[in-house]
Design a protein around this ligand. Structure first.
Ligand code: AKG
Length: 247
């Protein structure tokens, strides 16, 4: 089956070796530079730490494409072309994110559907997730519920997880367990999921290994955003995170 057919049938597709060793090396250098030079001056709501008093616990960076030309150009390049092929329409790049789960500290990613955060009609969007480290069951690989994008949006509620503020409140139904697929990945391997596909990840149980990845979000041109609701939610969330001392 080609990537588009697998994506449409399962709601996710794995693309091994999407980036080769040379591209990964370039991305790693750019990422190290970004963390050293840009992160210290980014708005607090774009950078999350497991422990904000310890810069070694960096767990998420938002909107990297807006803050750096290298990542801006990468975002408009080959991941975007693949997004257009998989969605079958022109797309708009919305977010380039960095994810890490530091050893022993990296928290679980609650089960969720990205579309719940995106607030789109129709819900035509996808997320790509590319491993920068070896990612397996021990350090918290991504897990998808196969075929869940063909069913409805599930109810979500507030979580305490910084960076993943909403989780499915009735997760754990028989089909969730039966259809869940763990997706270990090597550096450079790409996973792509539909915005309605349920996914989650365990905490990083490794005492030594990081679990770093880049995320790319693209919306189909046919999807309309409820911008007012989205901005209102982001503002409320930022206030809550500040009050809780998390950012
Ligand atoms: O890195 C993770 O654990 C999950 C990332 C994720 O949920 C996403 O990119 O939509």
């Amino acid at each position: 089956m080609n990537h588009k057919d697998t994506f449409e049938q399962d709601g996710f597709v794995a693309v091994p070796r999407f980036c080769d060793a040379v591209e990964l090396q370039t991305l790693d250098v750019a990422l190290a530079r970004f963390i050293a030079e840009r992160v210290p001056v980014l708005p607090a709501e774009h950078v999350f730490y497991e422990d904000k008093s310890d810069v070694g616990t960096l767990k998420q960076i938002q909107r990297m494409h807006e803050h750096d030309d290298f990542f801006g150009e990468f975002f408009e390049g080959k991941p975007k072309r693949l997004a257009e092929e998989l969605l079958g329409e022109a797309v708009v790049g919305k977010n380039l994110q960095y994810f890490n789960k530091p050893p022993t500290l990296g928290q679980a990613t609650p089960p969720h559907q990205d579309g719940f955060y995106f607030m789109l009609k129709p819900c035509r969007a996808l997320t790509m997730w590319m491993a920068l480290d070896i990612v397996d069951e021990e350090n918290g690989c991504v897990r998808y519920v196969r075929g869940s994008h063909l069913r409805d949006m599930r109810p979500h509620g507030r979580t305490e997880t910084l960076g993943f503020s909403q989780g499915i409140t009735d997760f754990g139904q028989a089909a969730d367990a039966r259809e869940e697929v763990a997706c270990p990945a090597q550096p450079g391997d790409l996973l792509v999921h539909h915005a309605l596909t349920i996914h989650r990840a365990d905490a990083n149980a490794s005492p030594t290994r990081t679990r770093r990845a880049l995320g790319f979000i693209y919306y189909g041109k046919s999807a309309s955003e409820n911008l007012a609701a989205h901005e209102a939610y982001q503002t409320k969330l930022t206030t809550e995170m500040e009050v809780a001392g998390k950012i």
